[in-house]
Design a protein around this ligand. Structure first.
Ligand code: ADP
Ligand code: TRP
Length: 321
């Protein structure tokens, strides 16, 4: 079973990305043949700073490896190191009805927000279909927001198979549950566009300040809090502390006697310790970029070999060869 997913190199890793996407992806490397890539071609639809793209791409590579992606188990590569995917995107685009792309909500949302849109953004799902189909992927783990794109991929693959004969594997999306929605420091969904993030690899002092700055209500420490489970600091603590520790905090909050300051201090300590090992590993990796580049080059070779085989199949089926 081949599992494939991509992540755009679009910003600094935060708790939401980590628990929502990175950790589940890393766990899946044990379950099948995982292919994970950094979607740098896709980032070109919305990021127009070359240096920033280079930096972000390296950051994602460091983040993934530091958090436990094992290059012996997963094939890890940069999307643009397999340029064959753009040829397949062209071939697929000729079988993609305009109406299929016109109903994609992530595109429509951007138009509605008045963001200037380009052809790349409109054609984004076709490139994503090529990403998925060129590796004969069976399972595509994604967040809810990307489900529609995987459905578009299925439609395109079925159309190709009908027009030119059985060529592509029809992939299945694997949607991560609602529990994967990590709240941000203001209680809304954590997202870099809302400025409410807690970064995984930042400086200690400003991060401590962010945590201590989480707004709480004005109830005194001794007051019992029957609604303890709705407390934002506690919800975040549950992600980073052992279950018995967060249960203890929750009981003390519920019964009364635990002050919000102490709760936030506890949250910071556990959050900081949770990522201590990854932080150390990331620093080591950053000091050995030749190793990181080697991993990516090796992943690219493996991915490209497979991509060339599948592209050839599609070229033959469609009469290009
Ligand atoms: P952001 O919302 O910060 O811009 P992205 O849209 O780049 O993050 O998301 C990258 C990945 O992280 C996606 O797979 C997305 O589903 C996941 N993700 C982002 N924020 C959260 C969150 N608060 N909870 C769970 N998953 C998230
Ligand atoms: N569009 C995805 C996102 O923004 C990233 C992506 C690109 C992807 N190609 C993919 C995800 C193929 C899964 C499969 O999160």
């Amino acid at each position: 079973m081949r599992i494939l997913s991509g992540i755009q190199p679009s910003g600094t890793l935060h708790l939401g990305n980590y628990f929502g996407m990175m950790q589940p992806a890393i766990a899946l490397q044990e379950k099948g043949e995982a292919f994970y890539f950094i979607a740098d071609y896709h980032s070109m639809t919305s990021l127009f700073d070359a240096e920033q793209r280079r930096r972000n791409t390296l950051d994602v590579a460091l983040d993934f490896l530091a958090c436990g992606l094992d290059p012996k188990k997963a094939v890890f590569f940069r999307q643009s190191d397999v340029p064959e995917v753009t040829e397949l995107a062209w071939i697929l685009s000729t079988l993609t009805p305009m109406s299929l792309l016109e109903k994609c909500t992530s595109y429509k949302d951007k138009v509605a927000k008045g963001i200037p849109v380009n052809h790349g953004l409109f054609a984004y799902p076709v490139l994503m279909a090529a990403d998925i189909l060129i590796y004969d992927s069976h399972i595509v783990p994604v967040g809810q927001d990307q489900k529609q794109h995987v459905e578009v991929t299925r439609d395109i693959a079925i159309k190709f198979n009908e027009a030119y004969g059985e060529t592509f594997v029809i992939p299945e999306p694997q949607i991560r549950g609602e529990t994967a929605k990590v709240p941000g420091l203001d209680g809304e969904k954590m997202s870099k566009s809302y400025g409410n993030t807690l970064e995984i690899f930042g400086e200690e002092k400003p991060l401590r300040k962010k945590v201590m700055g989480i707004l709480m209500d004005s109830r005194t420490p001794v007051e019992p809090k029957p609604d303890a489970d709705k407390n934002l600091a506690l919800q975040l603590l549950k992600l980073v502390a052992p279950a018995e520790v967060s249960a203890d905090y929750e009981n003390r909050l519920r019964a009364g006697g635990l002050g919000y300051g102490d709760l936030k201090k506890g949250l910071f300590e556990h959050y900081w310790n949770h990522f201590a090992e990854a932080r150390k590993k990331r620093a080591e990796l950053a000091a050995h970029l030749d190793y990181v580049n080697g991993v990516m080059a090796d992943g690219a070779t493996k991915a490209r070999t497979l991509a060339q085989t599948v592209l050839k199949r599609a070229r033959k089926a469609s009469g290009l060869e």
